[in-house]
Ligand binder design. Structure first.
Ligand SMILES: [Zn+2]
Ligand SMILES: [Zn+2]
Length: 313
């Protein structure tokens, strides 16, 4: 029986704070709180439990921007200080996290590091990776949450041992056919009607379950999407439906969809997400398809592996 997994990179102001000011997508950042609420609502309308990989700093309620002892590059938290700091509403979000923990859907609240450190970057020392994991775990523990799932900022996978040490159980890996060119992906989505890849969770050498991505729901934006939407419908909705169908037909394939709250900037984006979630819900009703979080997929994968190894003895 196949499975759909939805994961969400929830970062508000932390997603681009390391970019030069003129390179930051201000409209997306400013609309991100609204996008978060809309995405929660879309999950509730279609009863979709998702994995929300939340930047750890968002669990907090205040800070002076000093972060003494945290081994980041010197100006990493500069946006929190000075005369014109980033608004608090983009740096803290306990009330948005409560929408996930206190609502009707059993969401999986996971981690997107503490301050959106790119683990594959040159500045990301093993010490910093460890500290980012630990601070994220500690910040969530204050809210009574134990984190299991991890999403690497910008999907740059590195320092996996730091995740294992902080007792994470799983992470989102890269889409299998990552060498595929954007044009080929566009052709897959529009002309060829090929589904995105179904993925198989695997256990890595650190005991972590890798649940690779199948499809980013906002992968090719801008003019081409608008052109295509006018002619053949929303190509991403089409792709996602093909993926959901493929998962429903498969024995145990996973169709792993992902997005950010800050992608929900306009009516067309919200409509896309609602159309996909509605299709998942309807497919679940007429087939064996299940919708699971990364946490639950990881637990099942580990249990399965343990029962297989005990069966061999
Ligand atoms: Zn801070
Ligand atoms: Zn991110």
């Amino acid at each position: 029986m196949g499975t759909v997994v939805v994961s969400v990179d929830a970062e508000l102001g932390w997603g681009f704070h390391d970019y030069p000011p003129d390179k930051q997508p201000r409209d997306r950042i400013e609309l991100s709180r609204r996008g978060w609420r809309r995405l929660v609502r879309a999950c509730e309308e279609s009863e979709i439990p998702a994995t929300w990989a939340v930047v750890g700093h968002l669990f907090e309620r205040e800070c002076n921007g000093a972060h003494v002892g945290h081994p980041t590059p010197p100006d990493w938290f500069a946006h929190e200080r000075g005369d014109d700091p980033m608004p608090e509403s983009l740096r803290f979000a306990p009330e948005l996290i409560e929408l996930l923990t206190d609502g009707p859907i059993d969401h999986d609240v996971g981690s997107h590091t503490y301050s959106h450190v790119e683990f594959g970057a040159d500045y990301a020392t093993p010490e910093l990776a460890r500290a980012e994991c630990q601070r994220a775990v500690d910040a969530a523990a204050v809210s009574g949450l134990k984190l299991s799932s991890f999403v690497f900022p910008r999907n740059r996978i590195d320092h996996r041992e730091a995740l294992a040490n902080a007792e994470f159980t799983c992470y989102r890996g890269r889409r299998p056919a990552d060498g595929v060119s954007p044009l080929r992906k566009l052709a897959q989505a529009t002309v060829l009607s090929e589904p995105p890849p179904l993925v198989t969770p695997t256990v890595d050498e650190f005991g972590l379950v890798n649940i690779p991505a199948s499809l980013f729901l906002f992968g090719f934006e801008g003019v081409p999407r608008r052109m295509l939407s006018a002619t053949v419908g929303d190509p991403i909705v089409k792709q996602a439906k093909l993926g959901v169908d493929a998962a429903a037909r498969s024995e145990d394939g996973v169709c792993h969809l992902w997005l950010h709250p800050n992608n929900l900037t306009d009516a067309a984006a919200i409509e896309r997400v609602r159309a996909i979630f509605d299709y998942i819900d309807r497919t679940r009703e007429r087939t064996e398809l299940t919708v699971e979080t990364m946490r639950d997929v990881a637990a099942a994968t580990i249990e399965n592996r343990n029962s297989m190894t005990s069966g061999q003895r």
